[in-house]
Ligand binder design. Sequence first.
Ligand SMILES: Nc1ncnc2c1ncn2[C@@H]1O[C@H](COP(=O)(O)OP(=O)(O)OP(=O)(O)O)[C@@H](O)[C@H]1O
Ligand SMILES: [Mg+2]
Length: 506
Amino acid sequence: MEPLIRMVGITKTFPGVKALDGISFDIMPGEVHVLIGENGAGKSTLMKILSGVYQPTSGKIICNGREYDQLSTKTSVEEGIAIVYQELSVINELSILENLFVGKLPTKKFMGLSVVDFKSMREKAKVVLEQVGLHHDPDTLVGDLAVPDKQLCEIAKALVSGAKVIVLDEPTTSLTTSEVERLHGLIRELKAKGCGIVYISHKMKELKAIGDRITVLKDGTYVGTYPAAEITLDELIKLMVGREIKGTYFADESVDELMTHPVIFEAQGITRSDRTCRDISFQLHEGEILGFAGLVGAGRTETMEAIFGAVPKSSGKVFLKGKELHIKEPYAAIKQGLGMLTEDRRKLGFAKNFTCKQNISIEPYIKESTWGGLGGMLSNAKEEKWANEQISALNVKCTGPEQMTVDLSGGNQQKVILGKWMAAGSEVLIFDEPTKGIDVGSKSEIYILMRKLAKAGKGVLMISSEQTELLSVCDRIAVFHGGELKAVLEGKTATEEDIVRISTTE
Ligand SMILES: Nc1ncnc2c1ncn2[C@@H]1O[C@H](COP(=O)(O)OP(=O)(O)OP(=O)(O)O)[C@@H](O)[C@H]1O
Ligand SMILES: [Mg+2]
């Protein structure tokens, strides 16, 4: 069988970085070809060359027997290639229907004039929306959809353009288990229709469930391609990271011992004005990492936002080392020693027009300034120090502190956001999905770092939708359901089933 697409000897250099070095990659009809590698390995860049967003420095791309030195975005679409990006690219201000046909509105002749053919649009839309299982009115604004539905909209858009090759760049980072299953079902249907799928993910468990072949990249070079059924996860991790990964990251002490330590942080009866979380109380002891499990919307992020002053609370108190904090806005929270790494890195995480150095310096400046806002003396020496320390501690792959954060790979952007909170030296850190988009090796490094913080007497709270992560890092896990805290489990002894049961039924 002929591959749908063949990329041969692709090299891509950016100023100061060789992102890809002689990579060959092909996609067969009816297969899921998984692409893995550490943050910055070159996965997204290779796929952007396929979609015509980037032009390769050298190499060839062969599509349906035609050979190209480079593709434009237009040729890429014409050759049947569609990409669902790591950061979704649907347009929030347009309806589902309009998004499906952006750039390719069907027209008809009306009294000699070319007009948009809404009837044919609606008919086509109905078929693809049915196929992907997006059951909203096509006139709904995309901005009003939840992330998983936006993603389905994006896949539907690919189908409208008649794509034969569909690239999914980290499609499941924001999806819950059942949404992942739904997506995988759709991928299997597309496969059966003869489409070729490229699948990029850092969730190692998924790869073997969905992949037929797995290609590993490392630092922009090709490591190998393996049949998914014949390679173990441990072998893959070793190929990607070059070392074995430790299994658990619990405190040395037992939970009983940890409970005898002083309470460093406490929330009492937190209720949000919009009641998305109600009467939430918990204590964090010195040296422990407390995890928060539950479905999206169960009230975890909602509680943390209320604690951090990002939204109003109708009642509840917060204590740091026994002293009550008075927080009406995030600024006050930061000044009083709290830090919060937010879930949505594009919207709230980093400033787009800032360098890594500037981004990393934001929170420590706020924490340090004696006047309001960012007032006070800006010091280049300090910024350099903060940035260099974090870039090295978190192993951020960048050309240096002066590189623009937007130019980093997805996972490295996330590390910069982590870095600004680390640099601020907050007393209590709330990590909301800290390892979203982070590769297995770096995840392990981040857990070790969190453990070090806890050991040094800092408070560490972690929200995560990855149960395996909570069950290998957190000494205790608070499980949320329907805006309430339902149970606190012991990390070492709890199971995924326990968490699922409590977060769905109790
Ligand atoms: N526009 C750009 N300008 C400069 N460097 C870039 C640009 N785009 C990517 N790079 C660099 O190319 C390298 C590969 O990045 P890429 O985004 O392909 O990684 P990735 O494998 O997708 O990583 P992740 O898992 O973190 O998403 C990185 O070192 C990145 O900083
Ligand atoms: Mg990427």
